[in-house]
Design a protein around this ligand. Structure first.
Ligand code: PMP
Length: 452
């Protein structure tokens, strides 16, 4: 056993280039190699168990080794793993498209498949652009994006994103967008106070739309919460206003539900909290319950119809990937939706969200916790050097304070990852209220021991 562990870890260090990772540091340190999973636990090659506090990067829904999903994939393997959607259809992708349209906000009627959140956003952007070209409104080719947005790492999705640390270097390769301020109450630079928020951030968006709608194709937004920016929650009503104004000014609304979809916020999709029906919606991550790569971009009949008929080279949407509509992934997604229905997953969430809220309350009293943000089972705990002035930690050496807390939590049996000095906690939806309390207790002890 020991030998095999060393081999896997060493081979990883010898051959793999990890995402978002300074590899010089990675290869120097001992790394955890995951060998198995069971429920909401991950098990390493030494047999040690850890809570999966980030849902294996914000996507695991029903836990690992969920029988219903394992069996659905095995069942599909007995038929076929993959064909192509170029010139052919397949059974699971057709079944799934029907079900996605049924659960999506009203008006979304067509499904375009791809394989990651980034590609789903890339497709949304291209679709919106071509739509206006086909409608003869050729000047409508700008996108409005929020500062600190994150929509993925391909060039198009980076263009509509705004995380300076990740994307600064690629600036010359990107298309320009119109930036509106991020609606982040704790960090508000617009003079608003969350208790009596006049939502100056939304007003800025309104002004942009009012002045420049003739050249704007779409607004792209993460609904309710900007995840990768550090779990920045939006004031209630922000998305709803954005929907009203985009309609008023004839601008498309692209809602990126890649992180928020499939129950994460307490409803199937975050848009539902604000009664918003977008023109284009992206989904990925939880679509297969965190099992296999799959994404979908959903759009309205109005947009789809604009691409029909005429001269084929002008109206066709020229986009696709080799694994588009992969039957194995679609079978996993169908099983995921079945589990949602049969196990009444959405109905189980309020108790879990309430347990999380109760366990988060004491964090607010901690000396170095500046802000605690929660949107369903998406949570962020922002650490600061000085609470009154909101002064961030300066960072000593290669490790941020967030890194140090997460390392401490790992020693106590919980895997979490920070975003700078924001501790991100996104447990699988299958976690029980008691497990959520236990995981948050580990985080609280870790914050206390590292920051005090
Ligand atoms: N959009 C949002 C809102 C996301 O949070 C992410 C990933 N965290 C993406 C898009 C990109 O998804 P992927 O990593 O699957 O490309």
């Amino acid at each position: 056993m020991k030998n095999r562990d060393c081999t896997a870890e060493q081979k990883d260090k010898d051959y793999i280039w990890h995402p978002f990772t300074q590899m010089q540091d990675w290869v120097k340190e001992e790394q955890l190699v995951i060998a198995a999973g069971e429920g909401i636990k991950l098990i390493d090659t030494q047999g040690r168990e850890y809570f999966d506090g980030v849902s294996s990067l914000w996507l695991n829904v029903h836990g690992h080794r969920k029988q219903a999903i394992d069996q659905a994939i095995i069942g599909q393997l007995d038929k076929i793993a993959h064909s192509t959607m170029l010139g052919l259809a397949n059974v699971p992708s057709a079944e799934l498209a029907e079900q996605l349209v049924a659960i999506a906000p009203a008006g979304l009627a067509r499904v375009f498949y791809s394989d990651s959140g980034s590609t789903a956003v890339e497709i949304a952007v291209k679709m919106a652009y071509q739509y206006w070209q086909l409608k003869g409104r050729k000047q409508k080719k700008q996108f409005v994006t929020l500062t600190n947005a994150y929509h993925g790492d391909t060039i198009g999705s980076v263009s509509v994103g705004g995380i300076d640390l990740f994307h600064r270097i690629f600036q010359p390769l990107l298309f320009q967008t119109i930036h509106a301020p991020s609606p982040s109450c704790y960090h508000c630079t617009l003079g608003d106070n969350p208790q009596q928020c006049g939502m100056a951030c939304a007003q800025r968006l309104h002004d942009i739309l009012a002045e420049r709608h003739d050249e704007i194709a779409a607004v792209v937004v993460e609904p309710l919460v900007q995840g990768a920016a550090g779990i920045l929650t939006q004031p209630e009503g922000f998305l709803r206003r954005l929907r009203q104004w985009t309609k008023e000014y004839d601008v498309l609304l692209i809602v990126d539900e890649v992180a928020t979809g499939f129950g994460r916020t307490g409803k199937m999709f975050a848009c539902e909290h604000e009664g918003v029906n977008p023109d284009i919606m992206t989904m990925a991550k939880g679509i297969t319950a965190g099992y296999l790569p799959l994404a979908a971009t959903l759009t309205t009949a109005e947009i789809y119809n604009a691409f029909l008929g005429g001269q084929q080279e002008q109206k066709t949407f020229f986009h696709g990937h080799s694994y588009t509509g992969n039957p194995l992934a679609c079978a996993a997604a169908l099983a995921n939706l079945r589990v949602f229905r049969e196990e009444k997953v959405l109905a189980s969430l309020p108790a879990k969200i309430a347990a999380a809220r109760a366990s988060l309350a004491p964090f607010r009293e901690m000396l170095h916790v500046g802000d605690v943000r929660q949107c369903g089972l998406i949570m962020g705990i922002e650490l600061v050097e000085d609470k009154i002035s909101k002064t961030p930690y300066r960072g000593e050496g290669a490790l941020t304070m967030g890194d140090r807390v997460c390392r401490q939590a790992r020693r106590a049996g919980l895997i979490i990852r920070p975003l700078g000095d924001v501790i991100v906690f996104m447990p699988p939806l299958a976690s029980t209220p008691d497990q959520i309390k236990e995981m948050l207790a580990i985080i609280q002890r870790s914050v206390a021991s590292v920051t005090d």
